[in-house]
Design a protein around this ligand. Structure first.
Ligand SMILES: NC(=O)c1ccc[n+]([C@@H]2O[C@H](COP(=O)([O-])OP(=O)(O)OC[C@H]3O[C@@H](n4cnc5c(N)ncnc54)[C@H](O)[C@@H]3O)[C@@H](O)[C@H]2O)c1
Length: 345
């Protein structure tokens, strides 16, 4: 049976706010702090940030404690949950510390960079009765929920190929492009297809002067025989996030942009197609091909995490999803090390 596509949560039903400590106040951490201020059901209790300049910036912006060490956050009685927005190489360690202190955890992608690490986090959360959620933000975007609903409920036939491109962004010192960008694409494809990825083949390259993979091309197979093609690259002029879904008799295009997402589904023979589901909960532009004015995905991610903590049931990017994404990425990395050899997930 297919999993139902979740409507975005109604966070106004959360009776008491979940107190969170934000660990890492870098570029993305600052977005978490702002979104936490706007989200229902969440209260930012304090920030952990080792860099003095960033810490001063956080305390000048928010009237909350800013700590240098995570143990200080654990001493605060109002901290029920931790959002981990530190560099990738520290995610598992920080998330583990937070779980061991008895806090729910929302950990940025990549949640872990090995299957064993991901499993350790999941086991720890389960043993302690805590929520663990990965920051796969795109699954909290209304247009993505709509695309999933459209594929499952309205599409004339099942997808054959899903092609996802994620270009742009800065090189990371501690993480290659595969683990930095592809978690979003893998997460998206798994969610849209609602079936396992069973095999991958990946080619990855380093640009001159680089130390880690700057581009990666992933070919993957779903259990049903459908295929996925992912291309991720840093140092691309202008950010590009696009998804194309091809089927025997229809094509769907989704391009994520700032404040407006291009969305369209067309039948290959030109006959009309019901597209209303694609625009559920969003405004439409005049041509009816762009979704505008939907809730910020990062805010929804925090609200659904808070609801998960209160109701003790996993988010859409909870342990099962986190493990599945990590397993596929680990297989991709193994394949890329072998210059594209097929690897079973
Ligand atoms: N979900 C998304 O769409 C999305 C978007 C951007 C970034 N991210 C993720 O967020 C994470 C942070 O990205 P960023 O761009 O903010 O990086 P960044 O380098 O700008 O910020 C990281 C911050 O963490 C701090 N830090 C380092 N070690 C720490 C520790 N042990 N405890 C507390 N703080 C520590 C650093 O001083 C820095 O201020 C990355 O892992 C990235 O993959 C996710």
């Amino acid at each position: 049976m297919k999993a139902p596509v979740l409507p975005l949560t109604d966070a106004s039903t959360i009776t008491s706010s979940v107190g969170i400590a934000l660990v890492g106040f870098g570029r993305w951490g600052a977005n978490h702090a702002r979104a936490a201020g706007e989200a229902d059901g969440v209260r930012l209790v304090g920030v952990v940030e080792p860099e003095e300049g960033r810490r001063s910036f956080a305390s000048a912006t928010y009237d909350i404690p800013c700590w240098t060490n995570i143990s200080e956050a654990f001493d605060h009685p109002d901290v029920e949950a931790v959002v981990v927005a530190t560099p990738a190489s520290t995610h598992t360690e920080v998330a583990q510390q937070a779980l061991l202190s008895g806090r729910h955890v929302l950990v940025e992608k990549p949640a872990a960079t090995a299957r064993t690490e991901a499993q350790r986090l999941v086991d720890l959360a389960e043993a302690s009765g805590l929520q663990l959620s990965a920051g796969h933000t795109f699954l909290y975007a209304q247009p993505v929920r709509n695309v999933a609903a459209w594929i499952r409920e309205c599409a004339p036939s099942r997808p054959w190929v899903l092609r996802s491109e994620r270009l742009g962004g800065r090189r990371r010192a501690d993480c290659d492009v595969l683990w930095n960008l592809a978690p979003h694409d893998i997460s998206l494809l798994l969610y849209l297809m609602d079936e396992p990825i069973i095999e991958v083949s990946t080619r990855a390259h380093v640009f001159p002067g680089g130390k880690r993979w700057d581009t990666a091309t992933i070919d993957l197979s779903f259990a049903s025989g459908a295929r996925g093609e992912i291309y991720v690259a840093w140092r691309h002029p202008g950010a590009k996030r696009s998804l194309r879904v091809l089927a025997e008799d229809w094509t769907l295009t989704y391009r994520h942009g700032r404040g407006s997402d291009y969305l369209n589904a067309t039948r290959n023979d030109g006959r009309p197609l019901d597209r209303d589901v694609l625009f559920h909960g969003c405004g439409r532009d005049v041509r009816g091909e762009a979704a505008i004015g939907y809730p910020e995905p990062l805010r929804v991610e925090l609200e659904e995490f808070a609801k998960a903590c209160r109701e003790m049931r996993p988010t859409v990017t909870g342990p099962e999803h986190l493990l599945a994404v990590t397993a596929v990425l680990a297989a991709c990395a193994q394949s890329a090390e072998g210059d594209g050899i097929p690897v079973r997930v």
